[in-house]
Design a binder for this molecule. Structure first.
Ligand code: GLV
Ligand code: MN
Ligand code: MN
Length: 394
């Protein structure tokens, strides 16, 4: 019940009336409102809230002793994203605390609920920025210089001066519940799954420069058109990824000066690439870069490629995954890989034993207004998380 009430409260925050999707970019009004909502929910439960200058939050149920069990997720969204990616893990964590208390559980060690900012990297371009800073995988000196699309620096909207979470010392394990972002659980007819690992992935900025010129008077053979170089590179990325059985996407483009009657002077495009191994990722990005550079040579343009956010392979703790997946009414939960990035991957790479619980998504669609999970499956997720936490807190 508490889950459904919270889900109703969250529904209007940052929702676009036309698309039905969410714009919950970090340090904007909707996202700030969500963080205030989380603080209120924690206060209502008597959880003790810690916040850093960035906006990362961890709420503690102080109980027992020793290293804590941490759960939680994120509240920010991609541009025009779904309702579930992130907030499902936060609302489920709060509802799981309610359920544990109803069951009369007294944790033998502390339980924390974490909310990490800018998980999507939708504003400053670095995936899982909040958790990276919280574990020291990125330094504030570097991060403060990151700029959003309007040129605003991270250091101008957030104060990361007190970022010493020492999570790796304080936390014994992390469990993130998340909506599934593919069709694996649908195909297996299972409401709940556990993650085995995350594919390595990265974001690469492709800057193509050419010569701005008149769209009517410049003969076709005289052009140095960066749009052509980009267009061929996008086709090559798709083809190379399909040939290799991997993933490559150009989903963001910036054209200068972006006029209809001029050959552009510059095209900047962002490649998102994901592969089943780090070697395959390097090879795929290398091949796309090679083909783009070759085409630039023919177009009279110049291409430079800059890695903006790279995340290595994540293998979640297999014992922890098996421990959470085993012995449930109706059978063991399936253990499945994912090509989506998560704060769980960052905490795992920082040496914290980590697991993820996935909730079935009937559309298989994510990072889109069509992302969905049925209420019954969300409630199954709350029970699954409560069961998992109870095992870990014993
Ligand atoms: C985040 O959800 C990502 O996979 O990019
Ligand atoms: Mn997410
Ligand atoms: Mn996401």
């Amino acid at each position: 019940m508490s889950f459904e009430r919270m889900w109703r409260d969250l529904a209007p925050v940052g929702r676009d009336a036309r698309s039905g999707g969410y714009f919950r970019q970090p340090w904007t009004t909707p996202e700030t409102e969500l963080r205030a909502w989380f603080a209120e929910e924690c206060a209502a439960r008597g959880l003790e809230l810690e916040t850093d200058g960035l906006g990362n939050q961890v709420a503690w149920w102080r109980s027992g002793e020793g290293r804590a069990v941490l759960t939680g997720s994120h509240l920010d969204s991609v541009l025009d994203g779904g309702a579930y990616d992130g907030p499902l893990g936060v609302a489920s964590a709060l509802a799981a605390v309610d359920e544990l208390r109803e069951r009369g559980v007294t944790p033998a060690r502390p339980l924390g609920i974490g909310v990490f900012v800018e998980e999507e990297g939708s504003r400053f371009g670095r995936a899982c920025l909040g958790s990276r800073l919280a574990v020291g995988a990125t330094t504030w000196e570097e991060a403060r210089e990151l700029r959003d699309r309007d040129g605003v620096a991270l250091g101008d909207v957030a104060d990361g001066a007190d970022l010493d979470w020492r999570l790796a010392e304080r936390v014994g394990c992390f469990v993130e519940l998340h909506v599934e972002q593919g069709r694996d659980l649908v195909d297996r007819n299972a409401a709940i799954g556990v993650a085995s690992g995350i594919w390595p992935h990265g974001r690469y900025r492709f800057d193509v420069t050419g010569q701005a010129n008149h769209a009517g008077t410049t003969r076709m053979e005289d052009r140095e058109d960066p749009m052509l170089t980009f267009a061929m590179t996008a086709l090559a990325a798709n083809k190379q990824a399909r040939l290799a059985g991997q993933r490559a996407t150009f989903g963001r483009l910036d054209v200068a000066p972006n006029g209809t009657n001029a050959v552009p002077s510059r095209v900047t495009a962002w490649l998102d690439a994901r592969c089943d191994t780090a070697e395959a990722l390097e090879e795929l990005v290398g091949e796309i870069t090679r083909l783009g550079t070759e085409r630039a040579g023919r177009d009279g343009t110049a291409l430079t490629v800059t890695a903006e956010s790279v995340s290595g392979t994540v293998d979640f703790d297999p014992d922890l995954a098996r421990r959470l997946a085993a012995d449930h009414e109706g059978g063991d939960w399936p253990i499945i890989p994912t090509a989506a990035g998560h704060d769980a991957g960052i905490l795992s790479a920082a040496g914290i034993p980590t697991a993820m619980i996935f909730v079935r998504n009937p559309t298989g669609v994510s990072h889109s207004p069509e992302e969905h999970a049925e209420t019954a499956d969300c409630l199954a997720g709350v029970h699954a998380l409560a069961d998992s936490l109870e095992r870990l807190l014993a």
